[in-house]
Design a protein around this ligand. Structure first.
Ligand code: GLN
Length: 487
C-alpha cells in the first residue's frame, strides 16, 4: 500500500479493474496521506472527505458492473478557481468566501464523466495572481522539497499536492505561467494546452485572453490521460476551438529522430541561476543523444513580454473583477449607500496584490492612457506571436528553462512585486502567443531543489510536446515525490 502514491493513473486503473484495490480503499489512502502531511504542506484549502467517499463508492459500483472510463475511481485535487456545483469555490479570496456555485465548470463535468473522485479544492494565489501562492487569503502552501520555501504559483496547491502524493493528479490554470512554474519548482509535470483547447466555461476569469486550464501529474503518460479527458470543443466557451482531439497516448513511445528543437538566443538572461543554466544545457544534450537536432532560433521581442503581459492581464483583470460588488456573490459589507457598500466590500474582500492589479489595469485602460499602454501592448503581443511563427518555420519544438530560479524562501519576494513578476519571464511569451507548453522535471540544483524543463509547441500540437517529454522522462527517470514523504 505504501507505494501507491507513486503509481500512474493507468497502473491504478489496472489495479482497480483487476480488483486488487477498490476506489474506496484508494480514496481512504489519499485522505490518510492528506491527514498526515497536509498540516505541513497546506496544499488543500478544503479536503471534501464525505464527497470523496461517496464518489469512490459510486465508482466501485460502476467497476463492479464492468464499466470503463479513463479516470474511473481515481482521486484528484482541483484548483479552487474552477466552479464545482455544491462545493465552495473561493479563488482563495475573502470576497468569494462561502460562494457555492450553482453549476459545474465544463472540465468538472468531463472529469465526472470520466469517473474521477473529488478529494478537495486546492490552494492558489488569490484570483491566480502571483508566483508563490503567498497571495492566498487563507494559507501559504509549502514546497514539499523544503517547507521553508514556496511551491511557486499561482497553482501552488495543485503542484504541491501532486509532488507530495496527496492526489493522483490535479488541475490548475495558467495565465502567465501558473501551471508550468509551480510544476517546475515542485518537480512534477504541468501542462498548459493551446489557448482554446480546453473549455474555460466555469473557470473564474482572471485575464480572459490568456487563461487556460491544464493538468499536473507525476508522469507524462498521466498528463496525456488527463488531457484526453479535458480537451475538446465546448459551445459554452466562445474561445474554444472546434477541432477534433487526438488520442494523446498515441504520441508516447515515438522516438525523436529528425525532430528539430529550437533554442532561443534571447533566453540566456541575466538573473538565471547557475545551476538552472547548467541543468538546461545538460538536458539539451539528452535530446541530442536521442536523435533530435538542435537549431538556433531568435525570439527578438522576448524582452518586452513581461511588461506587455502586465498591461494586458491587469487590464482584463480590472474588468473581470468588476463583478465582485457585494450584490451577486460572496462577501457583502454594508455602507451608508450603495457606492459605500461597493467600496467597503471590495476594500475588505480583495487582498493587496489583487487591488494593485485592479488599479494598474484601470489606469492602462483609462481614456488618456489607453493608446499609450493597452493598445501598444496589443501590438507588441502581435510581434511576440509573430516571433514564434517565424521560429517554428525552422523547428518543431522549442526548449527553454521554465523559471530562472529554483524555489525561493517564503517571504523573500513578498515586498518586491517586480522580482516576483520576473519569475515568469520564460513562460509568459507562450501565453501571449496562445501556444501549448509543458514543464517536466529536469533535475535538481545543488541544494536538492527541483529544476523544470520547458517544451513549447505549435498551436494545437500538444502531441509532439508529450512525445518529446516522454522520451526525456524515460531517459532521466527522476524522483518525483521527496523521500521523506514516501512513508
Ligand atoms: N505569476 C503570473 C501572475 O502573477 C502568472 C499567473 C498565472 O498564470 N495565473 O500574473
Amino acid at each position: 500500500m505504501d507505494e501507491l502514491f507513486d503509481l500512474t493513473i493507468i497502473e491504478l486503473r489496472e489495479m482497480l479493474k483487476k480488483k486488487e484495490i477498490t476506489s474506496l480503499e484508494l480514496t481512504e489512502y489519499y485522505l490518510g496521506r492528506i491527514g498526515r502531511y497536509d498540516d505541513e504542506i497546506k496544499a488543500y484549502l478544503r479536503p471534501t472527505e464525505e464527497i470523496a467517499l461517496t464518489m469512490a463508492r459510486q465508482a466501485d459500483e460502476k467497476i463492479a458492473r464492468g464499466e470503463e472510463a479513463p479516470l474511473l475511481g481515481i482521486p484528484l485535487g482541483i484548483k479552487d478557481i474552477l466552479c464545482t456545483k455544491g462545493i465552495e469555490t473561493t479563488c482563495a479570496s475573502n470576497i468569494l468566501k462561502g460562494f457555492v456555485p450553482p453549476y459545474d465548470a465544463t472540465v468538472m463535468k468531463k472529469l465526472q464523466d470520466a469517473g474521477y473522485v473529488h478529494l478537495g479544492k486546492l490552494n492558489m494565489d488569490e484570483f491566480a495572481m502571483g508566483s508563490s501562492t503567498e497571495n492566498s487569503a487563507f494559507q501559504t502552501t509549502r514546497n514539499p522539497w523544503d517547507t521553508t520555501r514556496i511551491p511557486g504559483g499561482s497553482s501552488g496547491g495543485s503542484a504541491a499536492a501532486v509532488a507530495s502524493g496527496l492526489c493522483a493528479a490535479s488541475l490548475g490554470t495558467d495565465t502567465g505561467g501558473s501551471i508550468r512554474q509551480p510544476a517546475a519548482l515542485c518537480g512534477v509535470i504541468g501542462m498548459k494546452p493551446t489557448y482554446g483547447r480546453v473549455s474555460r466555461y466555469g473557470l473564474i476569469a482572471f485575464a480572459s485572453s490568456l487563461d487556460q486550464i491544464g493538468p499536473f501529474s507525476r508522469s507524462v503518460r498521466d498528463c496525456a490521460t488527463m488531457l484526453n479527458v479535458i480537451a475538446g470543443y465546448d459551445p459554452m466557451d466562445s474561445t474554444s476551438i472546434p477541432q477534433a482531439v487526438p488520442d494523446y497516448h498515441s504520441f508516447l513511445g515515438k522516438d525523436l529522430k529528425g525532430v528539430r528543437i529550437g533554442i532561443p538566443a534571447e533566453y540566456s538572461i541575466e538573473g538565471i541561476e547557475d545551476d538552472v543554466k547548467k541543468n538546461y544545457e545538460e538536458n539539451l544534450q539528452v535530446f541530442k543523444d536521442q536523435g533530435a537536432t538542435l537549431v538556433d532560433i531568435s525570439l527578438p521581442h522576448t524582452e518586452y513580454a513581461v511588461a506587455t503581459y502586465y498591461i494586458i492581464c491587469t487590464a482584463e483583470a480590472s474588468s473581470n473583477l468588476a463583478r465582485y460588488d457585494g450584490v451577486k456573490y460572496g462577501l457583502r459589507e454594508d455602507g451608508k449607500d450603495i457606492i459605500d457598500m461597493y467600496k467597503n466590500t471590495r476594500n475588505k474582500g480583495f487582498g493587496q496584490e489583487v487591488k494593485r492589479r485592479i488599479i494598474l489595469g484601470t489606469y492602462v485602460l483609462s481614456s488618456g492612457y489607453y493608446d499609450a499602454y493597452y493598445r501598444k501592448a496589443g501590438k507588441v503581443r502581435t510581434l511576440i506571436r509573430q516571433d514564434f511563427d517565424t521560429a517554428f518555420a525552422s523547428c518543431d519544438l522549442i526548449v527553454t528553462p521554465v523559471s530562472p530560479t529554483t524555489a525561493f524562501k517564503a517571504g523573500e519576494r513578498v515586498e518586491d512585486p517586480l522580482t516576483m513578476y520576473l519569475s515568469d519571464i520564460f513562460t509568459i511569451p507562450v501565453n501571449l502567443a496562445g501556444l501549448p507548453g509543458i514543464s517536466i522535471p529536469g533535475g535538481f540544483d545543488g541544494s536538492g531543489l527541483p529544476i523544470g524543463l520547458h517544451i513549447i509547441g505549435k498551436p494545437l500540437e500538444e502531441g509532439p510536446i508529450l512525445q518529446a517529454a516522454y522520451v526525456f522522462e524515460s531517459v532521466k527517470k527522476l524522483r518525483i515525490v521527496p523521500e521523506r514523504l514516501e512513508k
